[in-house]
Design a protein around this ligand. Structure first.
Ligand SMILES: [Zn+2]
Length: 309
């Protein structure tokens, strides 16, 4: 064979392969992406599958979810914040005693390792009721899987401040995991600069992601208002009692930090028809909105990590 012809043939082949590859990659990543979108969706599909039995606190599905988060943290180089990833506790709700476990990891900061940004998402959901599995894809497998995207992002972009990644248990039973955490914080609470809480971030018919908590903090308000979307997503300040909108200040785990006077932003969407229904399934989330939401939250984090004192 003519070597030059072979080389031309080879380069044409290589060229067409690389075109094929880049168009394939375009479906995996959007140009703004800080993480692998395919991984995000695969985790979400897994955690909201029937195998996880609705992730009820203390039940098989909850324990299985805890193990899944620990495995992901471990493989993504997230270290335990305490002696282990697990912070166990128990509580009584409606005369029933529950055993629960928060999963708490840390990524050390490169410039200010002794001050922290705490990023949280609750991993429990409603479990099985009357034979129906409440898969909770949006509420809140979506937030938990975003923790993994953050960890993926940090592998190439280590944070300046240390970052605590917290998978809280028993949110659905009265914010129990975050309440326990702020009373037993592993590192002193005054070392935490801000809490970013994610709960229901994977679908919105209006492409609206709310950042709640800006009313209490001008610095965070500035960051949210300056956010420029590269896609369809609108990041909106609100739902924190400043107008006639429903007030979400106490609606999820960020409330526990707010009560301790720690600034917070809570990211979430308005309730949808599948909210707390057995139809909150993977098939009903909106992959593009979800990816844009996680990217937006990472952008906000990045701005805070760079500018907060
Ligand atoms: Zn929730």
């Amino acid at each position: 064979m003519d070597k030059i012809f072979f080389a031309v043939l080879l380069s044409v082949f290589w060229f067409s392969c690389s075109i094929g590859q880049s168009s394939q990659n375009d479906t995996l990543y959007n140009s703004q992406s800080f993480f692998n979108e395919t991984h995000l969706l695969r985790h979400l599909k897994t955690l909201s599958s029937d195998a996880f039995e609705g992730r009820r606190t203390g039940a098989n599905g909850g324990i299985k979810t805890k193990k899944y988060i620990i495995n992901q943290f471990h493989s993504l180089h997230v270290l335990p914040l305490g002696k282990s990833y697990e912070q166990s506790f128990s509580f009584v709700n409606q005369r029933k005693e529950y055993k629960a476990v928060n999963v708490i990891g840390v990524v050390k900061g490169t410039e200010q390792p002794n001050t922290y940004i705490l990023i949280s998402a609750h991993y429990d959901h409603e479990g099985i009721k009357s034979g129906n599995i409440y898969n909770g894809a949006d509420d809140n497998a979506s937030g938990v899987c975003a923790l993994f995207s953050f960890a993926e992002y940090f592998k190439d972009n280590p944070p300046k401040h240390s970052v605590i990644l917290a998978g809280f248990d028993a949110e659905e039973l009265g914010l129990q995991g975050s309440k326990y955490y702020v009373k037993n914080p592993i590192i002193p609470l005054n070392k935490i600069k801000v809490n970013l809480n994610m709960d229901m971030i994977s679908r919105s018919d209006d492409n609206e992601l709310f950042a709640v908590g800006t009313r209490y903090n001008d610095y965070l308000k500035g960051i949210v208002l300056n956010f420029k979307s590269s896609g369809n997503l609108k990041l909106l300040a609100g739902h924190d009692g400043g107008n006639l909108q429903e007030n979400w200040t106490y609606s999820s785990d960020h409330a526990s930090f707010y009560k301790e006077k720690i600034p917070f932003l809570y990211f979430g969407v308005v309730d949808h028809k599948d909210y707390h229904e057995p139809t909150d399934d993977f098939e009903n989330i909106q992959p593009q909105f979800y990816t844009e939401a996680v990217n937006a939250i990472i952008s906000v984090f990045k701005e805070i990590d760079t500018t907060i004192h």
